[in-house]
Design a binder for this molecule. Structure first.
Ligand SMILES: *[C@@H]1O[C@H](CO)[C@@H](O)[C@H](O)[C@H]1NC(C)=O
Ligand SMILES: *[C@@H]1O[C@H](CO)[C@@H](O)[C@H](O)[C@H]1NC(C)=O
Ligand SMILES: *[C@@H]1O[C@H](CO)[C@@H](O)[C@H](O)[C@H]1NC(C)=O
Ligand SMILES: *[C@@H]1O[C@H](CO)[C@@H](O)[C@H](O)[C@H]1NC(C)=O
Ligand SMILES: *[C@@H]1O[C@H](CO)[C@@H](O)[C@H](O)[C@H]1NC(C)=O
Ligand SMILES: *[C@@H]1O[C@H](CO)[C@@H](O)[C@H](O)[C@H]1NC(C)=O
Ligand SMILES: *[C@@H]1O[C@H](CO)[C@@H](O)[C@H](O)[C@H]1NC(C)=O
Ligand SMILES: *[C@@H]1O[C@H](CO)[C@@H](O)[C@H](O)[C@H]1NC(C)=O
Ligand SMILES: *[C@@H]1O[C@H](CO)[C@@H](O)[C@H](O)[C@H]1NC(C)=O
Ligand SMILES: *[C@@H]1O[C@H](CO)[C@@H](O)[C@H](O)[C@H]1NC(C)=O
Ligand SMILES: *[C@@H]1O[C@H](CO)[C@@H](O)[C@H](O)[C@H]1NC(C)=O
Ligand SMILES: *[C@@H]1O[C@H](CO)[C@@H](O)[C@H](O)[C@H]1NC(C)=O
Length: 661
């Protein structure tokens, strides 16, 4: 569904039961009967209105509009964006109301190449799809609070069409297209040009949204009135920052990943340091901007291996997988039918490999792809992931395959297409392998995107945002390992806003669900809000729908001051247990095939032993700053681990293609 293992944010076979993203194809919009004559105007509302019945929708939906709208790119009349926009529940007519002053919201998924229908059908839209293709209403739909428009973009994504040479070349073109779409949209719904706009999205939309915002700021008379942007689990920094840098944070959140093994923890801690990923976040931030972090590439392997790596991460991942397979075959580690004793012995050999390298050198096999390394470790050695898959989007979920929540059947049904005025020239796809068009740039990122990451211009953007009263919200699901929240905190501490770099106090204020239960951490300073959700994966609203709706009401649409720094105090107080950048994950893990067959809970003794080891490890390393050798407490933690339900040495090949949904 989203970004994944080494590469992308969008889909992963192993993770979501999705097939690999298909290549994007050229398409064109379909003209349905009743298309108005002349250019866009409110007369087009009746064309886009969704009036025909939708198959399997047996419940009432908010009044809505859907269809294809051109992006106005010269020479590319078939380049369109597909939208499905809903009136706020109970406010039939709100999108069409030209004199409304109510807020409205745009939602974008990531990828690059993931459809925003993912957000609609699996997160916070009014319709949810189940694994058996049944459709059900979503009681926590964001449309309960606001007019919401879900837009497939860039062109060529989902139901949005592009001609064969019309895919975006880079993010500036993406933003131009999006503004072209908006300029047409507001001709159809004139009220939207002045109503406060909340531009929201997740994952690779963490790249889209800053570029669109930059585009709006640099347009003399922008078509919309941007009020706030909100980015969830976003790809805002470079791949090194959002995916590889936080690897140790992922382990600290869920030490089950390394079987609570102190040796392995020390190994990863040293790798983190050697890779320069152990940035020190201070409040206020000292020492100016963080340096650019380049990922040290693997050096071990044949020339062809290194060459493959140089030509693209995807093939590199495949190479890694092959290499693992070869290694496991050679050593016999792949056998699942070894006796437990032999498995233990093999595992100790593997561990010696790990610890033996922890001597001041970057592991030549992985380089600084630490995230990939921990996922490989988990699927090989750690329960429950060695039973199924490691869901990079939701760590505690070891089921494999997972229930497949995919509106493919519904959206591609002819009756649905006609009701939604969708194209018939191409099928809707959950995620496509996005082909950035010909661009004069030879150094694309891992997703093929030639544009620089938003971090590079975020300070300038924040300054323009302040001048225009546009606020920024960054939120994260604590169970997301692909785009872990620490990367987002690095981005915030590396950005200057309101004249100061980063937050001046560590995020440590709890916020609560409407039923009073703990929802996570919130921090607000100088019109930047950061929210961490407990118990949520990459697709935050899928895992915590009630909390996500409260978040939308209070921190996006509203101005709830919980977590706001005011002088020397913080509204809602600060709790030191949250101030160290790690919110411990749950102690329950799920496994099963296609559905949850069981759960396992970490014994309390293991948790306690680990906590004491960690206290020592962190104290030690902050004194010495170098890798520690296994300590006394480490050994005691290890002895506890023997009680864990570890199923050892299932030497499977990690599934490596993931996208940033
Ligand atoms: C468009 O114009 C044609 C004649 O030029 C007319 O027959 C048709 O009804 C018009 N369509 C709409 C939707 O007004
Ligand atoms: C919304 O209002 C339109 C008329 O403006 C009406 O045709 C439609 O049935 C209403 N839909 C709902 C869901 O109330
Ligand atoms: C689809 O799945 C849901 C949830 O598991 C179940 O309640 C429903 O009965 C299923 N419907 C069909 C038609 O199988
Ligand atoms: C746009 O789509 C139409 C079909 O509706 C096709 O005939 C035309 O060649 C396409 N134009 C381009 C530039 O691809
Ligand atoms: C920090 O910001 C600077 C200036 O924008 C940028 O050059 C650098 O790459 C950033 N560092 C990280 C770790 O994102
Ligand atoms: C460092 O290397 C030596 C010799 O290769 C090995 O005996 C030792 O275990 C290593 N140390 C660690 C912490 O891995
Ligand atoms: C309608 O739902 C059923 C299961 O309830 C499913 O088998 C069928 O594929 C669905 N059809 C569409 C068009 O969504
Ligand atoms: C759906 O429409 C397409 C033409 O757009 C047609 O080829 C196909 O047979 C239709 N499918 C069904 C099930 O009617
Ligand atoms: C702010 O949000 C919190 C939830 O975190 C809630 O308990 C509180 O009532 C809200 N305050 C106001 C003024 O809305
Ligand atoms: C934050 O936004 C408010 C208006 O919403 C504005 O008055 C204030 O100056 C902003 N603060 C900073 C530091 O930009
Ligand atoms: C701080 O948070 C912890 C963990 O939720 C909780 O046990 C503790 O009571 C909190 N402390 C205060 C002063 O609220
Ligand atoms: C962060 O601080 C630790 C402890 O002082 C130090 O060892 C480490 O090198 C620092 N990290 C960076 C990137 O400077």
């Amino acid at each position: 569904m989203e970004l994944l293992v080494p590469l992308l944010l969008v889909l992963c076979t192993s993770v979501a039961g999705q097939v690999n993203p298909v290549p994007a194809r050229a398409g064109f919009p379909h003209e349905y009967p009743g298309i108005p004559n002349g250019s866009f105007s409110p007369a087009w509302q009746s064309y886009y209105e969704v009036t025909d019945s939708l198959p399997n929708v047996t419940f009432s939906l908010p009044h809505s509009y859907a269809g294809s709208i051109p992006v106005n790119r010269p020479g590319h009349p078939n380049d369109t964006l597909f939208f499905w926009g809903f009136d706020r529940q109970g406010a039939n007519g709100s999108l069409a109301n030209a004199s409304s002053t109510d807020p409205w919201l745009l939602w974008l998924n990531g990828g690059p190449g993931s459809s925003s229908m993912i957000g609609l059908f699996t997160e916070h839209g009014p319709i949810h799809v189940l694994a058996n293709n049944t459709l059900v209403p979503n009681g926590f739909s964001w449309t309960n609070l606001v007019d919401a428009i879900y837009v497939d973009q860039p062109v060529g994504t989902g139901f949005s069409t592009a001609d064969a040479t019309g895919f975006i070349a880079d993010e500036d073109q993406m933003a131009d297209d999006f503004l072209g779409f908006l300029s047409n949209l507001v001709k159809i719904f004139p009220g939207l040009s002045t109503r406060p706009l909340y531009l929201t999205g997740e994952s690779y939309a963490g790249t889209y949204i800053p570029y669109i915002t930059k585009g709006i700021f640099s347009t003399p008379n922008p078509p919309v009135n941007l009020r706030k942007i909100a980015i969830g689990d976003g790809a805002i920094g470079s791949l090194s920052v959002f995916e590889e840098l936080p690897a140790l944070n992922v382990i600290e959140t869920y030490p089950q990943i390394i079987n609570y093994d102190p040796d392995v923890f020390n190994y990863f801690k040293e790798q983190e340091h050697l890779c320069g990923f152990d940035l020190n976040l201070t409040y206020p931030q000292q020492g100016g901007n963080f340096p650019t972090l380049n990922i040290v590439e693997p050096s071990e392997g044949s020339a062809s291996f290194v060459q493959l790596f140089a030509t693209g991460r995807k093939s590199w991942l495949q190479t890694i997988a092959n290499k693992y397979y070869a290694q496991s075959s050679a050593s016999g580690l792949e056998s699942r039918d070894l006796t437990p004793e032999v498995r233990l012995e093999k595992r100790e050999q593997w561990k010696r490999d790990l610890t033996g390298r922890a001597n001041g050198t970057i592991d030549p096999f992985y380089g600084c792809f630490l995230f990939d390394e921990i996922t490989d470790y988990a699927v090989n050695f750690s329960f429950p992931w060695n039973q199924g898959e490691f869901d990079v989007y939701d760590i505690p979920d070891g089921t494999g395959p997972e229930p497949n929540l995919d509106p493919f059947v519904f959206l591609n049904d002819n009756q649905t297409r006609a009701a939604l005025h969708a194209p018939t020239s191409v099928d809707w796809e959950y995620s496509v392998n996005y082909p950035f068009g010909p661009a004069d740039n030879s150094s694309p990122n891992e997703f093929g995107d030639p544009s620089v990451e938003p971090m590079a211009f975020l300070t300038e953007l924040a300054s323009n945002a302040s001048a225009r009263n546009v606020s920024m919200v960054f939120y994260s699901g604590n169970d997301d390992s692909l785009v872990n929240h620490r990367g987002t905190e690095v981005v915030i501490q590396n950005m200057t806003f309101g004249g100061i770099q980063g937050f001046t106090r560590p995020p440590s204020t709890p916020w609560f669900n409407d039923d009073g239960s703990f929802a996570g951490i919130v921090h607000q300073e100088r019109n930047v809000t950061y929210v961490l959700f407990q118990g949520a994966g990459h697709l935050v609203a899928q895992w915590q729908p009630a909390a996500a709706l409260t978040f939308l009401r209070d921190f996006v649409l509203g101005s709830n001051e919980t977590g706001l720094v005011t002088g020397s105090t913080v509204v809602g107080g600060e709790n030191a247990t949250f101030a160290n950048d790690v919110l411990p994950g749950g102690n329950e893990f799920f496994f099963g095939s296609s559905s949850t067959a069981g759960t396992t809970t970490v014994p309390l003794a293991t948790q306690q032993s680990w906590a004491s080891f960690l206290a020592t490890a962190i104290a030690t390393s902050s004194q010495s700053g170098s890798a520690s050798t296994p300590s006394q407490s480490g050994n005691s933690a290890r002895s506890i681990v023997a009680n864990m339900p570890i199923t050892l040495v299932a030497m499977s090949v990690a599934v490596l293609i993931v996208s940033l949904l």
